[in-house]
Design a protein around this ligand. Structure first.
Ligand SMILES: [Fe+2]
Length: 189
């Protein structure tokens, strides 16, 4: 595995966001409550799209399958001890991830445009996915979740480009992706 360089968190607003997340993580808790606290921080410190200024594409990617090795994913911050990573993803119109779950808790906020999130559960036989809800997240929306029960896919179904900010409870520069498994299964009933 290639170790990727850690970008400095010098972009506007990122330092405040990272400081808030650090404080939220100082209180040990389970992943679900941790995600809720980090989501509260991201709501208070949601960066503007200008956060991407000066951050070259392709520094790192992999927050979602389908975005791996794609220059639209940009790693904005990795905590020195690897406790969390902040990543921006640029979503051209029509972009959609594969259905996947995650290695750890995740929080994301929309800073431009809108993205749709579809949730799924695994059927009792393990050979089919069951739809479990769909949400359109407009600019300003922040959502947090944690395994288990985190099977989803995300898409930009709008006409314009969307931009999202993701926080993951892991070191993306080390593991490369937050995705644990891909689910190439039929969706039904
Ligand atoms: Fe995801």
């Amino acid at each position: 595995m290639t170790l990727l360089s850690r970008p400095p968190s010098t972009a506007s607003g990122l330092d405040e966001l990272a400081t808030g997340i650090r404080a939220a993580l100082s209180r040990r808790d389970d992943w679900r409550r941790t995600a809720q606290r980090v989501a509260s921080v991201l709501r208070r410190h949601l960066p503007s799209p200008e956060v991407l200024t000066g951050i070259p594409p392709g520094v790192h990617s992999g927050a979602h399958p389908g975005v791996q090795e794609d220059p639209r994913g940009r790693l904005l911050h990795v905590e020195p001890d690897g406790a969390f990573s902040i990543q921006a993803i640029v979503w051209p119109a029509g972009r959609i991830t594969r259905i996947h779950d995650h290695v750890t808790w995740c929080v994301f906020g929309v800073i431009q445009g809108a993205v749709d999130e579809e949730l799924f559960t695994l059927g009792s036989g393990g050979d089919v996915l069951v739809p479990a809800g769909r949400t359109t997240n407009a600019t300003g929306a922040v959502t947090g979740f944690a395994p288990p029960g985190d099977i989803h896919r995300v898409a930009n179904t709008g006409d314009g480009t969307a931009v999202t900010i993701h926080v993951y409870g892991t070191d993306l520069s080390r593991i490369g992706s937050s995705a644990l498994r891909f689910y190439d299964l039929p969706v039904g009933p």
